[in-house]
Write a protein that binds this ligand. Structure first.
Ligand code: AMP
Length: 565
């Protein structure tokens, strides 16, 4: 397709405010899209390369201003282009305001006497070549190349070329529009297009396959080692949300690091065109950026552990010499690093923790339930810090204790997942919940406790919590049992034992003396406790050594919070 024709379409699309009409125009554009269809499907979204491909042009706007100035003629400077931009506010309009084509410099294309028009494919080939230029003097070469392209542009082409180069297409065509237009143009179901896009992240490939292979062709698009998939995302949610939504929840530690997707093939990852390379491992970020070079530990780990092709989803965490997690900021010192990687590695060690398996030994698992995907992961990786433990439970107390365990191990908390859910790339759905942090905590007085059982028989365990009333009495509103390690229990027992007023079997009454800070998810009206309220999922945060019982939260405050909810 002539680039001029593409630009004319872009122009019509830009002028069309209605979504439906936009889809109709994009459909027409794709239907007209000859051999350049894959490029057209990307260009119309303002994308030069497929989403999974981390190639970039790697040029600043100044290169483009310089190239525009050169193509515009002797009297125009890059500074002129910039001030024009400041005035009109948009690079496409600036590029379209000049008359190009008169400057036959060394780098200008075409003979000057024949047809100088550009095709979409040529524009892509030039930009691709531009992206590959690196090293000394690359700036000049890149400007030359852009100048050559612009010099062959009519104003309408220059408008969209300039926008493409700066990733500012902005004609109102999003991913959904192109998805719908592919379905429409090649008469295939939208759901099939959607699935193929999720698996491949390649609008060009999907458009061409829909045209040439229809539904069957789309169904044949599978995961490929080396081509990243969009990461499945999580929403904030509570234990209540999870247990209301599903019969039981899968619970995992939430690692505080950076998301990684590992692609590994012990026989070497195939490159475009089918050539096998000696490269076995690639690691991608949450945004599908290639971060392999920055994370040699992950590469080494994969090479040691996996003897079949895999695609795994996980988190890379910075750890200290004991293997304990370090704050998130530390991992950022490593994550996108391009230089001095070995030196950085001396400073900060990273460790992957994988929690999902998208592909194992020739089998795509996206459509399998989490339980099965995790089983596959467990087959590949023995128990250990490099793999999440997935526990299934419908018991809030058990969930609470996993949360406590995660925090005690230095992690961020827990993730709650629907054990039967499939992997939905790029979606922030309800199937993965990151546990919502407590909105506020309460400072409550301990007025009772229970002796533990078995191993914990010499410790006070479950603690009864009360709020102060105006009249100086205490009304109960919950018990906190979980979220406390053995060591803490021993300390709490030492702290509270002197205040025991009376004992009845395992139950003890304690005089108001100690204040606990307690997190919770919700305050409910409830007949269970004397205050008339109950805390949902109370969690021990700490002892408020700095507070006297008179400073603890009042029942009035609890009522106020309950009303607000
Ligand atoms: P957030 O970044 O706060 O939206 O939380 C979601 C992120 O937590 C994911 O994108 C992962 O990077 C990270 N994460 C840590 N541990 C897990 C886990 N076990 N399952 C899923 N995501 C996790």
């Amino acid at each position: 397709m002539e680039f001029r024709e593409f630009a004319a379409y872009a122009d019509r699309i830009e002028d069309e405010p209605a979504d439906l009409e936009t889809v109709a125009l994009v459909t027409e554009l794709l239907s007209d899209g000859d051999g350049d269809l894959p490029v057209i499907a990307r260009f119309v979204q303002g994308r030069i390369f497929p989403a999974w491909d981390s190639t970039t042009l790697d040029i600043g706007p100044n290169y483009l201003y310089e190239a525009i100035a050169r193509a515009a003629g002797q009297n125009v400077t890059a500074a002129d282009v910039e001030s024009e931009l400041a005035e009109v506010g948009e690079i496409g309009a600036v590029a379209a305001s000049y008359e190009f084509g008169g400057q036959r410099g060394l780098a200008a294309f075409g003979s000057g006497d024949g047809d100088d028009s550009l095709t979409v494919g040529e524009v892509f080939a030039e930009l691709d070549a531009l992206a590959a230029i690196s090293g000394d003097g690359s700036q000049g070469t890149k400007i030359d190349l852009l100048f050559g392209l612009l010099n062959r542009c009519e104003p309408i082409e220059a408008r969209y070329l300039a926008r493409l180069v700066l990733s500012e297409m902005r004609i109102g065509v999003g991913e959904g529009t192109v998805r719908d237009a592919i379905a429409e143009a090649f008469a295939v179901p939208v759901a099939d297009v959607e699935r193929a896009l999720q698996v491949s992240n390649d609008y060009g490939l999907v458009a061409r396959t829909a045209r040439e292979g229809g539904t069957d062709g789309l169904a044949d698009i599978t995961l490929e080692i080396g081509r990243p998939v969009q990461a499945m995302l999580a929403q904030a949610g509570s234990v209540t949300d999870a247990l209301e939504e599903w019969d039981e929840a899968a619970i995992e530690w939430k690692y505080d690091g950076a998301r990684v997707q590992l692609h590994h093939d012990p026989d070497g990852i195939e490159r475009d065109g089918g050539d096998t390379t000696t490269e076995t491992t690639r690691v991608f970020s949450r945004n599908m950026e290639d971060v392999t070079a920055a994370l040699p530990e992950v590469v080494e780990f994969a090479q040691e552990r996996f003897d079949v092709p895999v695609i795994l989803d996980g988190e890379v965490v910075a750890v200290n010499d004991d293997g304990d997690p370090l704050p998130f900021q530390q991992v950022l010192r490593r994550f996108r690093r391009k230089h001095d990687i070995e030196a950085a590695r001396e400073d900060v060690t990273v460790r992957p923790s994988f929690f999902d398996c998208l592909h194992a030994d020739g089998e795509d698992l996206l459509e399998d339930p989490l339980r099965r995907r995790h089983d596959r992961l467990a087959n590949l990786l023995a128990d250990g810090p490099q793999r999440s433990t997935l526990r299934i439970s419908d018991d809030p107390e058990e969930i609470e204790s996993i949360d406590a365990e995660a925090l005690a191990a230095g992690h961020e908390g827990i993730m709650l997942k629907d054990p039967d859910s499939t992997y939905s790339p790029g979606r922030r759905g309800k199937n993965w919940l990151k546990r919502k942090p407590d909105v506020e905590t309460l400072d409550l007085v301990v007025t009772g406790a229970e002796w533990g059982e078995g191993r914990r028989a010499t410790f006070l365990g479950t603690f009864l919590l009360s709020a102060r009333t105006g009249g100086g009495s205490y009304e109960t509103l919950g018990k906190v049992a979980t979220g406390i390690t053995d060591e803490t229990l021993a300390d709490l027992t030492d702290l509270l034992e002197p205040h025991i007023r009376s004992e009845d079997g395992q139950t003890v009454e304690i005089e108001p003396a100690v204040v606990f800070e307690v997190g919770y998810e919700e305050i409910q009206s409830s007949p269970t406790y004397s205050s008339g309220y109950a805390l949902r999922f109370p969690r021990f945060v700490g002892v408020r050594e700095d507070l006297d019982v008179e400073d603890a939260d009042s029942l009035e405050r609890v009522e106020g919070l309950a009303e607000r909810e």
